[in-house]
Write a protein that binds this ligand. Structure first.
Ligand code: CMP
Length: 227
């Protein structure tokens, strides 16, 4: 059991520099948690004392307006982490995190997280690098919301989704589990009805093929799209 756990945590590039014994210790301190699809991991503004690493599945990071309108800031998948911000700035949760698919995550308590950062400058550096990447993505999302029309935003959304969470099939296509039309709408600032209508448009332009729960994008489209 412990070997499987260390293997899982070890797959998160954040912990790549840890020695096997250190990984074992971390794995012993981590608590495995399972979340059903749509289950709330934690809500915005809650007090925080834990950090999470995703083993499988996918979560969405979102904020809601007083009227209940949701904006999805990011989606995170296997090997990625969340919950670091409230531990780093000692404030409440900056956003809600909700399972977008059935998800398994390992929960690491504040004390263990802080010890890791103090004792391993490489982990701190990787964390900063990832925070920088997330800021870049947020900037790109703001730019997209402010400057692109809704068709452009939807196209950009699928390209980013496939780059971040896609699985290369080896035949020139990338497969990605498609979020609900409502989640797509909440990521690009439009309505579910508009997403449903525009998905056809993307398919007609040959950008996306939808089959069942999956969407497929051509690898060439991804490599042409600037980061
Ligand atoms: P925390 O504030 O503890 O709880 C919510 C978490 O969502 C936060 O830590 C980050 O891990 C994550 N998060 C918040 N904003 C973003 C964003 N713009 N992009 C990616 N992840 C985010």
């Amino acid at each position: 059991m412990c070997a499987a756990l260390t293997d899982l945590i070890g797959k998160a590039s954040l912990f790549g520099e840890l020695e096997p014994q250190e990984l074992e210790a971390l794995a012993r301190a981590a608590e495995r948690q399972e979340f059903q699809r749509d289950e709330v991991v934690f809500a915005a503004h809650e007090r925080a004392d834990s950090f999470y690493v995703i083993a499988s599945g996918r979560v969405k990071v979102c904020v809601s307006s007083a009227g209940g309108k949701e904006l999805i800031l990011a989606t995170l998948g296997p090997g990625q982490f969340f919950g670091e911000m409230a531990l780093l700035d000692d404030a409440t949760r900056s956003a809600s995190v909700v399972a977008q698919l059935a998800t398994v995550a390992y929960c690491i308590r504040r004390g263990d997280f802080e010890r890791l950062l103090e004792q391993h400058s490489g982990i701190a550096r990787k964390l900063l690098r990832e925070l920088s990447l997330r800021l870049r993505r947020s900037n790109a999302q703001m730019e997209s919301l402010a400057t692109l029309d809704v068709v452009g935003r939807l196209a950009r959304y699928f390209i980013d989704l496939a780059k971040q969470h896609g699985q290369i099939l080896g035949n020139g296509w990338v497969a990605v589990r498609r979020p609900t039309h409502q989640d797509i709408a909440n990521s690009i600032g439009t309505s579910r009805e508009t997403v449903t209508r525009l998905m056809n448009d993307l398919e007609q332009r040959g950008l996306v093929v939808n089959e069942g729960k999956m969407s497929y994008l051509k690898e060439s489209v991804l490599s042409e799209a600037a980061d």
